[in-house]
Design a protein around this ligand. Structure first.
Ligand code: C2E
Ligand code: CA
Ligand code: CA
Length: 701
């Protein structure tokens, strides 16, 4: 756009001269609009565009009306346009006044040669451009400072406020108008959060040290009305071009939310989500502190390990929601039955640990334990349920029962397990004799709880061998537990625990289903049909619905019952002979076969033996092992083989490890053998390799 100079000049010849002079400009060509009167000029400015107006020349010497009033009106109509006043020497005072009121400059008629006029016009336009640019710059800074989320305050070198953005106004409670020119420390009051004492003035510090500084963590800004806000700041000195400090600027923001968030996070990390009690982490921390204090003052403290008796039963029968509410109720009562200085924590599940931070005697811990037992025995009302629970509590006392937090808690845990073993609903002090075996057992027990769901069990198969032909006659299914982190666990480790906890019934059902399915699969792939032997423990045998379960699994898997053998121990049969016989008969009626396992180790009564509908005897491996070295064992083995013959039973020797044992058994006409000498128990796919193809079906086909 071409730039225009407006020339307000009533005197026509003068106007011609000036136009002529302006046209001489070599630097820049301007369009010149000559306006004869103030009114035309105002008309031009208010109705036409102003964007192209680079400058206005006003001759005040000869303008109609009061010359200054003319200037004011023009200036008001075009506030951003630079104005050069032309004047004759008599009116110089008026020209000077115009400059004071906003004109850029004035020039007298007497100086009006082309050079001076052009120079004055050019300088004026340039100055206006610079002023415009710095205005834009300042405006941009202003908008930026007002739109950022941080508060900004700047001061001069004496510490008086020179600027305050909107956020700073809100946060300090001072408006910019009130704050400007005030001492910074009036406007910005801060404490260190811990106490009421005022911390050092960050502005003064930044200027004094001539570097960026920050308030200590936890600083609180006190608003004018007393309200406090947690803030974080950064304060820097401001320098002039020569590097001299001319003031400082502080930028700060509200960290209340971040603060609350971090406190919330730390709370979550240290508390149990369900009960909001301290968790293991926080408890261990407090215990370590309490132990350090007790050590310094030569005092005692106690740890109570609390476990809800049969909680699993509540969870299983009423559901987790009720279980959780019961735990909440337990947590509340526990907290209410100890002193406020003590710590009640939840370690997970139904286990709570209490720290009694100072006790005079060990007996004080017993008193607390009794209080807790009594308080928790009262009925818990949860929804429509009224639940009655008891606790088992183990107590360990510092310094007697452990010198570090970990061993103290562990010993309280062992004592708690002891309380469980002595009938629950009681407390026990730790005694050094209490074995860590109890802990091991506990860990197996809790692992077993999920082993089935997590598919941690596998079946191995050990072949039974016909001692005459050395052919494979069947397989015994033997369970293995692949416990993560522990490796292969042998049944002797966990079967007794599974029996005590009642898990054995479900595990046994799984074993039966898996073994039947496997036997059927082998048959379906045209391998010689093999009976599979399954171990059944006394608990399973007596569990209600056992026979029904067997029947269901057999029909479900489609395995012919004559390929199933149950191995039962003598002790299992002797526990309740009358009802056992009925169960055995039902299994026999289905077509399954029965073997008496571990024969010789129990209190076998021959008269009973006759009454049980069994098909085979399995000589216990302890006798087979002594067969060639111990005359007593050798006698027992021959006696069992002969007894089997006379009852018309098959006799199987288990635990055959050597060729000598094999030959001896063969010579005595023992029917079958099983043991490492032939094969160790192997996985199902390994076992399949031992089975030949079923020639009878091949031939028949
Ligand atoms: P068991 O019924 O007497 O099983 C035979 C045990 O002898 C097996 O131990 C087997 O691996 C081992 N064995 C085999 N050949 C030899 C040998 O030549 N020498 C020696 N020293 N041992 C041999 P495993 O598998 O550790 O099973 C131990 C016991 O756990 C079994 O004794 C059985 O009573 C029980 N069991 C195994 N699986 C199950 C199951 O699925 N259910 C139930 N209720 N009990 C099971
Ligand atoms: Ca067995
Ligand atoms: Ca056995």
């Amino acid at each position: 756009m071409q730039q225009t100079i407006l020339l307000l000049q009533e005197n026509e010849p003068k106007a011609a001269v000036i136009q002529e002079l302006l046209h001489r400009s070599k630097r820049k060509r301007f369009a010149i609009e000559w306006l004869r009167s103030c009114d035309t000029a105002l008309e031009r400015l208010t109705n036409g565009t102003q964007e192209d107006v680079a400058a206005i020349l006003v001759d005040l010497g000869s303008a109609e009306g009061l010359p200054l009033e003319v200037f004011d009106r023009i200036h008001a109509a075009a506030p951003h346009a630079p104005i050069l006043v032309l004047s004759d020497p008599e009116h110089e005072a008026v020209a000077e006044q115009a400059v004071r009121r906003g004109a850029q400059d004035y020039i007298l008629d007497t100086q009006l040669d082309g050079y001076s006029l052009l120079k004055a016009v050019h300088n004026m336009i340039e100055r206006a451009a610079i002023a415009e640019a710095s205005f834009v710059e300042r405006e941009r800074a202003q908008v930026t400072l007002n739109s950022i989320g941080d508060a900004v305050i700047s001061t001069d070198v004496a510490g008086y406020v020179t600027y305050l953005n909107r956020v700073a106004e809100t946060m300090t409670g001072w408006s910019a108008a009130e704050a400007l020119g005030r001492s910074f420390s009036d406007v910005f009051q801060v404490t260190n959060g811990a106490g009421a004492e005022h911390t050092t003035n960050p502005i003064a510090l930044a200027m004094q040290e001539n570097k960026t500084v920050g308030l200590a963590v936890g600083a609180m800004l006190i608003r004018r009305d007393g309200h406090q806000t947690a803030i974080e700041d950064s304060t820097a000195p401001i320098h002039d071009r020569r590097g001299q400090v001319t003031g400082a600027v502080i930028v700060f923001h509200d960290v209340t939310q971040a603060h609350e968030m971090s406190q919330r996070m730390s709370h979550l990390a240290h508390h149990d989500y369900l009960t909001d009690l301290p968790n293991r982490l926080l408890f261990n921390d407090r215990l370590a502190q309490a132990m350090a204090a007790a050590r310094r003052h030569g005092e005692r403290l106690a740890v109570l390990f609390v476990d809800v008796d049969r909680f699993k039963h509540v969870n299983d029968s009423l559901g987790h929601a009720i279980g959780d509410r019961l735990l909440l109720c337990v947590a509340e009562r526990l907290a209410a039955s100890v002193r406020s200085a003590d710590t009640v924590s939840r370690q997970g599940g139904d286990e709570f640990v209490i720290l009694l931070s100072t006790i005079a005697h060990a007996e004080d811990a017993a008193v607390s334990a009794i209080k807790v037992l009594t308080a928790l025995r009262l009925p818990h009302r949860i929804g429509e349920h009224v639940l009655q629970i008891t606790l088992s509590i183990g107590i360990a006392v510092y310094p007697e029962d452990g010198s570090d937090a970990e061993s103290l808690v562990k010993h309280a845990d062992i004592a708690m397990l002891n309380a469980k073993n002595t009938g629950r609903n009681n407390y026990q002090f730790f005694r050094s004799g209490m074995s860590e075996h109890a802990l091991e057992r506990q860990s197996l027990e809790s692992g077993l709880r999920h082993a089935l769901d997590q598919r941690e069990f596998v079946l191995y198969y050990q072949p039974k061998i016909d001692l005459e032909t050395e052919a494979v006659t069947g397989a015994e299914a033997l369970i293995r537990w692949r416990q993560p982190g522990r490796g292969m666990v042998l049944p002797e480790m966990f079967i007794p625990i599974a029996e005590q906890c009642g898990y054995i019934v479900q595990i046994g059902r799984w074993v039966l289903r898996e073994a039947c399915r496997q036997a059927k699969r082998w048959q379906d792939t045209d391998l010689i049909p093999m009976p599979v032997a399954i171990n059944v423990s006394a608990v399973e045998l007596r569990s209600p619905g056992f026979v029904h379960g067997v029947r269901t699994i057999l029909s479900e898997t489609g395995l012919n019952p004559r390929y199933v053998e149950f191995e039962l121990t003598e002790t299992a049969l002797m526990q309740d002979p009358a009802s056992t016989i009925a169960v055995l008969q039902a299994l026999k009626d289905m077509g399954a076969r029965l073997t008496l396992d571990d024969f010789g180790t129990g209190y076998s009564s021959l008269s009973y033996l006759k009454r049980f509908p069994i098909d085979a005897l399995k000589i216990d491996k302890s006798f087979v092992q002594g067969l060639c070295t111990n005359a007593g064992d050798a006698n027992i083995v021959s006696a069992v083989i002969n007894m089997g013959k006379s009852f018309g039973l098959k006799v199987i020797a288990e635990g055959v490890e050597t060729r000598a044992q094999f030959l001896r058994l063969q010579a005595q006409q023992c029917t079958e053998g099983q043991g490492f000498y032939f094969h160790e128990p192997v996985a199902a796919n390994e076992f399949a390799k031992l089975l030949g193809p079923d020639l009878s079906t091949t031939v028949g086909a």
